[in-house]
Design a protein around this ligand. Sequence first.
Ligand code: F6R
Length: 237
Amino acid sequence: MEIITCKDNEELSAKAAEIIINKVTEGPNAVLGLATGSTPVKTYENLIQAYKDGKVSFKNVTTFNLDEYVGLAPDHSNSYTHFMNEQLFDHIDIDKEKTHIPNGLADKSEKESEDFEQKIAEQGPIDLQILGLGLNGHIGFNEPGTPFNQRTHVVELDEITRQSNARFFDELSQVPTHAISMGIGTIMEAKEILLLVHGVQKADILKEVVHGEVTEKVPASILQTHPNVKVITDIEF
Ligand code: F6R
């Protein structure tokens, strides 16, 4: 793992955006794996600015998002589809047909997970996967205890995750209990991974991820075994 320590979230986001832009410039048909949550928001702002400045085009890029809540329609204000449209896709020249996010309203979430996995198999591999880090060490919604070889699947969200994400909802009871998440096995097949970690509240878990034992109790610890991971963080540890 290469650790890139930045002085603040601005620098972290600029660095992450620079790596993404270089990837798309080198290979305009790049396949990107994308994350939602607070962490990548500024990175996406930088991508939008670079597009507006004529420095990059996403016309031929394909994207796969890590996850979606089960039970939320794509246009629900808390769905990750809505998030991606608002934070990135609506402001760049990406072809929405080439953007893939699991459908939280699919009749059968298991079948939706299999179909999503199939699409990655057909259109992948993912050239560059962006990840955030959960307070419990999760990546995607792969909560502690998830087998490292898991493919895209339906997950029951950890209480810590639901409480942490309640900030985006009016109250905790509205936070869905399940999600569809790209599996750790799928994530590990990405050619390159950027783990973005912002904020001192994640210092302890980041230490475990980078220096601790590789264990399913800390899902992101598996990244120690991936050949091409950059951790970009504003945490001194
Ligand atoms: C989001 C995702 C999650 C988040 C993680 C950190 O698509 O898969 O793993 O990256 O929960 O969330 P934030 O950035 O809100 O702290």
